[in-house]
Design a protein around this ligand. Structure first.
Ligand code: 15L
Length: 294
């Protein structure tokens, strides 16, 4: 049985994959936060992707890596730099040092989110990131390309839409991927014999899709689900959004500076300073206020 390392295994996609891939692979789960309640066939390795030493330990002796770890939405540059640029580099570089050939990289629809919704795009279009987050995903794709060409690694980049048991809004009707379709795509990424460097879209067989996912189909991907089954319900509760977001495939990522992160990483030390300064200033003001009252 192959041993597969999943980075960021505690996040939403990791949690679905653990369930879907159980029994097929020995799963080595890595995350910055401890994972409790491991199932049979799972092993936890604590690891911060921003620390090369942690990743050197985590990637040792595995057959493939599913790299999900990182900052998963638009947010502060320092966080994205640390998790998605430095962290991504650490994963590829330590995999190379440990002789792990195959990496499945969780890139995102936000690498091309500035394409319009009325455009059909395939895996060969020029990148059009919609956010700093999207730029970081493009970095990972470029790094994968370099490691494939220069070091002979086998890199499978999945531009994932939104993994969820059900699509949650109009935009996600076009980019939704069910957990079982996600697991099918990941299995292809692990098992396909002829992968050198590939970009595929991580989406189900959605009627409303704006992706030509023929590269995934060529590799054998046959998604079982279609968001259309949920469309009436989703559209009935949809409220009009910002017009810029409504036009772009990436939605609100094209105009927001931060998108709420469902699983925020611990704050970096450098980012604590402004918060500390703000707290100090607040204490000073309240002391002044108290003095003023006397
Ligand atoms: C992503 O890339 C994010 O990781 C995920 O949290 C969602 O925001 C998703 O895109 C999306 O576009 O819905």
């Amino acid at each position: 049985m192959k041993t597969i390392l999943i980075t960021g295994a505690g996040g939403g996609i990791g949690t679905h994959l653990r369930r879907e891939l159980a029994g097929k692979y020995a799963l080595r789960l890595s995350d910055i936060r401890p994972l409790k309640r491991l199932a049979e066939g799972e092993r936890f390795v604590a690891g911060n992707i921003a620390k090369p030493g942690d990743m050197l330990r985590a990637t040792k002796g595995v057959d493939a890596i599913v790299h999900l770890g990182g900052y998963s939405v638009e947010g502060p540059w320092e966080d994205i730099l640390r998790a998605n640029i430095i962290g991504c580099y650490n994963v590829f570089e330590t995999a190379r040092l440990n002789g792990v050939k195959r990496i499945l990289f969780a890139t995102s629809n936000h690498a091309v989110g500035f394409y319009r919704r009325d455009q059909m795009i395939d895996h060969r279009v020029y990148i059009k990131p919609d956010s700093r987050y999207g730029v970081s995903k493009v970095f990972g794709e470029a790094l994968g390309s370099l490691y494939a060409d220069k070091y002979g690694m086998e890199v499978f980049c999945m531009r994932i839409g939104n993994v969820n048991p059900e699509p949650i809004d109009r935009r996600r009707l076009s980019i939704w991927i069910s957990p079982r379709d996600m697991a099918q795509l990941v299995t292809i990424g692990i098992e396909h014999a002829a992968i050198r460097f590939e970009i595929v879209y991580g989406v189900s067989n959605n009627r409303r899709s704006w992706y030509d996912n023929s590269n995934a189909a060529r590799l054998g991907y046959r998604p079982l689900d279609d968001s259309e089954a949920f469309a009436a319900e989703v559209l009935a509760r949809e409220k009009p959004g910002d017009p810029r977001a409504e036009v772009a495939q990436g939605g609100a990522f094209v105009h927001l500076e931060t998108v709420p992160n469902p699983a925020p990483p611990p704050r970096h030390k450098a980012n604590k300073a402004p918060a500390k300064r703000a707290a100090k200033a607040k204490r000073k003001i309240s002391r002044k206020g108290a003095r003023g009252k006397r």
